[in-house]
Design a protein around this ligand. Sequence first.
Ligand code: 3NM
Length: 206
Amino acid sequence: MLKLYFIMGSQNTKSDPVDILKAAIAGGITCFQYREKGEHAKVGLDRMNLGLNLRKICREHNIPFIVNDDIELAIKLDADGIHVGQDDIAIDQLRKLIPTHYIIGLSTSTVEESLIAEQLNVNYIGVGPVYETATKSDALQPIGLNGLQDIREKTTIPIVGIGGINENNAKLVIEHGADGVALISAISRAENPKRVARYLRETLDK
Ligand code: 3NM
């Protein structure tokens, strides 16, 4: 499920997010996260309605649908899981508020955070930023492939690398221990999202 993990909100594309998601699925993504967040993100009903559309598309194609951060939205959209950051709700608190079957993902960027995540029994960690990214305005300093590898060697939890990942470096991220790659702009801002997703999937399947 983590192999080719696509994340998007309407703020991440100039096109219709529905079209981008359909193209990404046709190209072979294995998981989707709805992350309607930051400058120019939709709020309220608009955010909900886009979420409903994207959720429906994922359901039709058997693609796990994860919601970023917002528990209420995740439940309203009948998501398959939720992804939270270090500064969001504590995991034991989160568990009390979501259905037991939910996939839980947690962002980490250090060995220490990753060991704690492992102890908390979350389903996967999103480790990054591996590379510099322009997509997240408050992103930390890149940890690099070495930082990723260090976390891999000290934990056994499933890892998805994130931050600045694209067609040219995705394989390296896997070679340094990640089980999958999570990416936004490489697909959401691509001229041909389907082709990029397909290329990524073929590269990672090799
Ligand atoms: N989280 P792109 S980096 C959403 O380091 C997000 O936790 C990060 O976007 C983290 O693939 C990031 O366009 C942005 O670089 C990823």
